[in-house]
Design a protein around this ligand. Structure first.
Ligand SMILES: *Cc1c(COP(=O)(O)O)cnc(C)c1O
Length: 217
């Protein structure tokens, strides 16, 4: 049951915060709804969650129309031809993975007079995803990205590789935190999914993105 899942997730977040002396109230739980039905999402909305995310614009458009009061975010790779639709609905785009994409988001956001909140996706491993900046490219692109006046860069995001023990993800989360500390200590970190969110919190995650652990029976 979703209700029980959420209760158990809250407890696990609280425990991870205790271990790392962090404030559980400040951890943002983003519910990833990809592949989930409207009925199931309704349950989560009714249980009080505010933040939802999709990895495809098309799916997000439908769900945004059903739940316009919820805050919708993008966590998947964004193609340039979908940016116009994306800036219309997303409060935050976690997955800015190239300078070209940053420029296109800036351009489309400017057209509708919006300052688009974004995170820059960093590739902390080779296996996890083909998308994301490698660290050198990010450092190089940073000045240009910061100059884009319709973007508000709020932090960094990463996807850790699938590992058999959550503990093995710690290294990747730590990499992201150290990079953040170097670039801008005020930036937020979006890291941690169903299999590794507790370790992510211990390493400084501000936002965790959870799907299966909320929806699975
Ligand atoms: C699907 C997805 C999630 C959630 O993954 P779970 O393992 O179901 O918790 C988080 N982040 C991204 C980018 C995703 O695509």
């Amino acid at each position: 049951m979703i209700k029980d899942n959420l209760q158990s997730v809250s407890k696990r977040i609280a425990d991870a915060c205790l271990r790392s002396k962090r404030d559980a109230q400040k951890i943002v739980l983003v519910c990833v709804t990809k592949g989930q039905t409207i009925t199931k999402i309704q349950e989560v909305v009714d249980l009080g969650l505010k933040y939802f995310a999709e990895n495809k614009v098309q799916e997000a458009l439908l769900k945004y129309q059903k739940f316009p009061q919820s805050i919708w975010q993008m966590v998947g790779h964004l193609q340039t031809n979908k940016v116009k639709a994306a800036v219309e609905i997303f409060d935050l785009i976690h997955s800015v993975d190239s300078l070209e994409l940053a420029k296109e988001i800036n351009k489309q956001a400017a057209k509708i007079n919006k300052i688009q909140n974004v995170l820059l996706e960093v590739k902390t491993s080779w296996e996890a995803t083909k998308f994301g900046f490698n660290v050198q490219d990010l450092i190089k692109a940073l000045l240009e990205i910061k100059a884009l006046s319709n973007l508000c860069v709020q932090g960094l995001m990463t996807i850790a590789p699938a590992v058999s023990r959550a503990e093995d993800s710690r290294f990747y989360f730590k990499q992201l935190r150290l990079l953040r500390d170097e670039i801008n200590p005020a930036w937020l970190l979006s890291m941690g999914m169903s299999d590794d969110f507790e370790v992510a919190i211990e390493e400084g995650a501000d936002m965790i993105r959870l799907g299966r652990v909320i929806f699975d029976d």
